[in-house]
Write a protein that binds this ligand. Structure first.
Ligand code: ATP
Length: 439
């Protein structure tokens, strides 16, 4: 017999069906047993008359909640049943996966244990519809990203994650034993995206793992995350990259809103709106002036940079002033940007770069890159880097590289702002942080 999904049961009144799912609750009464079965489309009540099959009644009595079951029975309309006005009269039941008792925690209980404990039993926590929705949204989001790129002649790349030398600063690199030598885990596909520009691919994207040996214990940092990266050639400035992102993001938001907008509202209380174009833009100088006007005091070590409080303050300012969730903060000082960001010709202390903040959280960093070998090498030296470890990278620019730029975006950070999730641990399938390497 074919499986029927719970959401389709109203079309099968009077018929015998097979339903498969988890035992959410069991009420074991004197003559009747009532099971609430859950599959990913909903809940249904299953009724069993004990005397009809005492042996089965005994099996049911011993079932732990959350056991995985296959049941067969007849669908009957019953208006007193709150779950959809129908129930299944049980004929047969097979225990596919017995749940031990007690559960480490009841994912459907009124009070949930703290997040760290739930991460130990992540698969149980993911049984909640709310949590599964995050990954359904992620799936739609990635599909929309790809659809947009494919419609704009992009090539997908998969760059290596094991590197022989530090790619950027070196400070955030995990090292590993690699036969007789030491290798490093990639902290971004940056250099390889740029190699694709030198290779004449013109437009590339990559969605892949990124590793950061950053001992951060914040609600928005992980030591391993999924990076969404893109790079395009023949641009005139970072403005071309920003125009691309805002159109691409609006397209992705529309896809998610169409498919999941209602469920997101229901589960998270968040009204997902497609952002209007263009997104507001603020130069770093303007951003500093706004923060000053608001008496926001940046800690001195943040000179030229923004800290999370400043990002939130700017997010609020943009919301209040433009009723927009996004803002590009552009033209960052070279002192706080990597050596490969291109400098403004008329003000070489500033880069042609931007961060994109969504609801006051940094989700993207992007820039026009310096593509001229001599200038790039000199910028690296200005940053105190020795050229030898980055020579393979510098070589990409020796035989004709077009002007180009791109960005890197954290997939989980985008999910956080789409659904107003307070912590990145909720927005990722399995969190990896300085203190968490399991399960
Ligand atoms: P932050 O200032 O928040 O630490 P960053 O400046 O180091 O971020 P980039 O190196 O520019 O970030 O990376 C590009 C994007 O990748 C960021 O805008 C963010 O969305 C995401 N990202 C960066 N670091 C992390 C991390 N540790 N965990 C999750 N996402 C991250």
């Amino acid at each position: 017999m074919q499986r029927t999904l719970i959401k389709d049961l109203p079309r099968h009144i009077g018929e015998e069906v097979k339903v498969q799912g988890w035992l959410q609750t069991l009420r074991d009464q004197k003559s009747m047993q009532f099971l609430v079965l859950r599959d990913k489309t909903g809940l249904v009540q299953v009724a069993h008359w004990k005397k009809g099959n005492p042996e089965l009644a005994e099996t049911i009595s011993k079932l732990g909640t959350e056991s995985a079951l296959t049941i067969v029975g007849k669908v009957v309309a019953n208006e007193v049943v709150r779950l959809g006005g129908l129930e299944i009269q049980l004929e047969d039941l097979k225990v596919e996966g017995l749940a031990e008792t007690p559960l480490p925690f009841d994912p459907f209980g009124e009070v949930l244990p703290d997040q760290d404990f739930r991460l130990d039993w992540r698969y149980l926590d993911l049984r909640r519809e709310r949590n599964r929705l995050i990954f359904e949204v992620q799936t739609t989001l990635e599909a929309a990203m790809r659809a947009y790129w494919l419609g704009h002649d992009f090539i997908e790349m998969h760059s290596p994650k094991i590197l022989g030398a530090a790619s950027e600063s070196g400070a955030e690199l995990f090292s590993l034993k690699y036969f007789e030598t030491t290798a490093y885990l990639a902290q971004s596909p940056q250099f390889y995206k740029q190699m694709a520009m030198a290779a004449g691919f013109e437009r590339v994207f990559e969605i892949g793992p990124v590793f950061r040996a950053d001992p951060s214990f914040t609600s928005r940092h992980m030591t391993e995350f999924t990076g969404v990266d893109m790079e395009i050639s023949w641009i005139e400035s970072h403005e071309d990259v920003m125009v691309f992102i805002e159109n691409w993001l609006a397209y992705c938001y529309a896809a998610v809103q169409e498919k999941h907008g209602e469920q997101i509202k229901e589960q998270f209380g968040t009204e997902l709106t497609v952002p209007s174009l263009p997104f507001p833009r603020l130069s770093m100088a303007e951003a500093y002036q706004i923060l000053k006007d608001q008496n926001y005091a940046l800690p001195p070590e943040q000179k030229g940079d923004l800290d999370p409080g400043a990002e939130r303050a700017l997010g609020k300012y943009i919301k209040d002033t433009y009723n927009h969730d996004f803002v590009f903060v552009t033209d960052w000082p070279f002192s706080v940007r990597p050596f490969y960001h291109m400098l403004h010709e008329d003000n070489p202390s500033l880069t042609k770069s931007f961060d994109l903040l969504g609801k006051g959280l940094e989700i993207t960093t992007g820039a026009q890159r310096e593509h001229r070998y001599e200038v790039l090498a000199s910028q690296a030296q200005q940053k105190g880097l020795s050229l030898e470890p980055i020579q393979d990278y510098l070589n990409f620019f020796r035989y004709g590289c077009p002007p180009h730029g791109g960005f890197g975006l954290g997939l989980s950070r985008l999910l956080m702002i789409m659904m107003d999730l307070p912590n990145i641990r909720e927005a990722v399938y399995l969190f990896r942080g300085p203190n968490r390497l399991r399960p």
